[in-house]
Design a binder for this molecule. Structure first.
Ligand SMILES: [Zn+2]
Length: 198
């Protein structure tokens, strides 16, 4: 197996995949700020078990995740725990951006998207787009209003802000530095994310 780099960059608008063992930590850091990172993870031993935002919501009974929260799989097992978080504003409501979002809402063909970024990054696993799980959208700002509606606002993350996840099982993870430049999500400017395994 190819030695996996312990530090690497997710280029703006692209995704990267990596493998981790239980007990390892990954820190995902802003370079310039306001950059959302869609995060997905699979049980490395069984790809039918994966990080699930719907199960995470059901297990935690909250719409807001941050330091101290475990995130759960579709079998209600903790897969990662947020052990450090300098932002505290993330999203477990929204779907990944996909070609339909850019076509239907913005009339743009062939825009990069988090969903297709994951298909690209996970090519060795041969996962079709419809099997990509809904991601945990790190650093994404989705304020929920008193009338239960929610909006899509610019990420409040600043340069140097980070999240550290402790893994609870051997996993295959991927993160997409969201290419959304037509909605407020990334404050109109795409930037790289840095990943460090430790
Ligand atoms: Zn996206």
């Amino acid at each position: 197996m190819i030695e996996q780099p312990r530090e690497f960059t997710i280029p703006a608008g692209r995704a990267r995949m990596w493998r981790m063992q239980a007990g390892e930590r990954v820190t995902i850091t802003q370079t310039e700020g306001h950059q959302v990172g869609d995060f997905i993870a699979f049980n490395a031993a069984d790809l039918t078990e994966f990080l699930s935002t719907s199960h995470t919501r059901s297990c935690l009974r909250t719409l807001r995740i941050g330091r101290g929260h475990s995130l759960y799989t579709n079998r209600r097992e903790p897969i990662v725990e947020i052990v450090e978080d300098t932002v505290g504003i993330h999203d477990i409501l929204a779907a990944a951006c996909d070609p339909y979002r850019y076509q239907r809402d913005f009339g743009v063909e062939d825009h990069r998207s988090c969903r297709m970024n994951f298909v690209e990054a996970l090519a060795e696993l041969d996962i079709p787009d419809w099997r990509v799980p809904d991601p945990v959208n790190l650093f994404q700002n989705t304020p929920v209003q008193p009338d239960w509606s929610y909006s899509s606002a610019a990420s409040v993350a600043k340069a140097g802000d980070y999240v550290t996840l402790l893994t609870r099982m051997d996993l295959i993870a991927a993160c997409s530095a969201c290419p959304q430049d037509l909605a407020p999500t990334n404050a109109g400017h795409l930037s790289d994310l840095r990943v460090r395994l430790h």
